[in-house]
Design a protein around this ligand. Structure first.
Ligand code: HEC
Length: 123
């Protein structure tokens, strides 16, 4: 009986862990695919000063969904720092600051390679 209960607990714990990991991946994937990927991505448009206020606000909202996600690999604290900076830099621009400093800050914060090198799982 006791063993069965332990086994059942293990199965549930594994299922929950897998679900959380899937959800985490889905959130990050959505932001990457819909916000950051490609030469015409919303992020590229914002950086080029070509995005409308609505599109900029929509991207800021999308990027915010990264808050609370877990780094698939690498140091969680370092990942959170990058995510927090990305959200803050995006918010500043969405808030109407299109100055060189604000755009430059966002450019650094959204640097694909800087984040992927440490936190994107290798295939
Ligand atoms: C703050 C961190 C961070 C930044 C900045 C970042 N990425 Fe990512 N990206 C990730 C992580 C983490 C993953 C892996 C997600 C996973 O496997 O769960 C990822 C995965 C991806 C993927 C694969 C998505 C999939 O199908 O799983 C693409 C495409 C991508 N990133 C594009 C970009 C581009 C383009 C940029 C720059 C404009 C960028 N990313 C900037 C963190 C970041």
């Amino acid at each position: 009986m006791k063993l069965l209960r332990i086994l059942a607990t293990l199965v549930v714990a594994t299922a929950v862990t897998t679900m959380v990991a899937d959800e985490n991946h889905e959130i990050i994937e959505k932001v990457m695919e819909e916000g950051l990927k490609g030469d015409d991505s919303p992020m590229a448009q914002v950086l080029a000063g070509k995005a409308s206020a609505e599109d900029t606000a929509a991207l800021a909202k999308l990027v915010k969904t990264l808050a609370g996600t877990k780094a698939p690999v690498g140091d969680q604290a370092a990942y959170e720092k990058k995510v927090t900076e990305l959200i803050a830099a995006m918010d500043a621009v969405a808030g109407g600051d299109k100055g060189e400093a604000a755009i430059g800050r966002l450019k650094t914060a959204q640097n694909c390679k800087a984040c992927h090198t440490d936190h994107r799982p290798k295939k």
